[in-house]
Structure formats: C-alpha cells, structure tokens
Ligand binder design. Structure first.
Ligand SMILES: [Zn+2]
Length: 158
C-alpha cells in the first residue's frame, strides 16, 4: 500500500494566496501550463500536510510526496503536471513486481484522475475505488466526468 501526500512549500505557485488579486478557483500559468489556483493546502510538515488522523495508516508501506517544486503542480502520484519529473512511484511498483493497482483518495477529479490515467499509460491494471473518493466539483459534474474519462481510458470502476 502506497500513500501519496501533497507536500507543498509555502510559496507554491498553485496557491491563490501567492498570486496577488487572485482567488481560489481562478486560473494562471505555472510551469508553462494552465493552472487552477487552490486554497493554501498541504504545506510541508504537520499539521498542514499530515494525513487525516482517521486514515488507517498501519498498512502503508511507502509514502510518495509530491508537489514539492513551487514552480509546477503535481496532481498525479507518478509525475508532475508537465510529466517532467517522476515521483519514483512507477519505479517503486516495478521493482516490487506490481502489475495492478487500486486507487482511492482526494480529489477524484484531479489527483485521483491523473494518477489513474498515468497508471493506465504505464500498463498497470487499474481499478478506481469510487467509494473511497470525493471530488472537488469546481463545476457541477466534474467528478462524474472524471470517472467517465477514467473508464474510457481503461480504468475499471468499482
Ligand atoms: Zn496540492
């Protein structure tokens, strides 16, 4: 079991608070890519970046921290949003002979979606555990559209 963890430096470019005049939900350009601006979240070290205390952590073998580069966001657990830097997750799974993954978490329409799409591209048999996910739903229906995009890409929806 691998957990991913947003681990943002305080000046991260995805935070609306770091862009004067911008609000969460506004967009900008970051690392040459379109970027939705988020509320400040998961700032490195507890309490901001801590796992929720109710998360069953006993079975987690490895934690992949992502979003550490302030100049680019990282939704997927495998790569940053520009696919420029890998997190090491693909190599970790490959080294352990993992060929199938089950994915759950937050947020369904961003980090979960892009992690699942990358898993498919990497040739992993990929199952989405919908009951363990929640969407941001910046636009109504974003979560449903994310599930559909994953299904079309070959993700098993469970
Ligand atoms: Zn983040």
């Amino acid at each position: 079991m691998v957990a991913t963890q947003d681990w943002h430096p305080a000046p991260h470019g995805s935070f609306a608070a770091n862009h004067p005049g911008k609000q969460p939900g506004d967009t900008t350009t970051l690392g040459g890519l379109n970027q939705i601006l988020w509320p400040t979240h998961c700032v490195q070290h507890p309490p901001g970046a801590a796992f929720h205390p109710d998360l069953h952590r006993a079975g987690i073998h490895h934690v992949i921290q992502k979003g550490t580069d302030p100049a680019i966001d990282s939704y997927s657990g495998f790569y940053d949003n520009g696919h420029r830097q890998a997190t090491g997750l693909a190599e970790l799974l490959q080294a352990r002979g993992v060929t199938a993954v089950h994915i759950a978490g937050l947020a369904l329409d961003y980090c979960v979606k892009f992690t699942a799409l990358d898993a498919i591209k990497l040739g992993l048999t990929t199952t989405l555990l919908t009951s363990g996910c929640r969407a941001v739903n910046l636009q109504p229906g974003d979560g449903d559209r994310a599930v559909e995009a994953m299904r079309i890409a070959g993700v098993d929806i469970a």
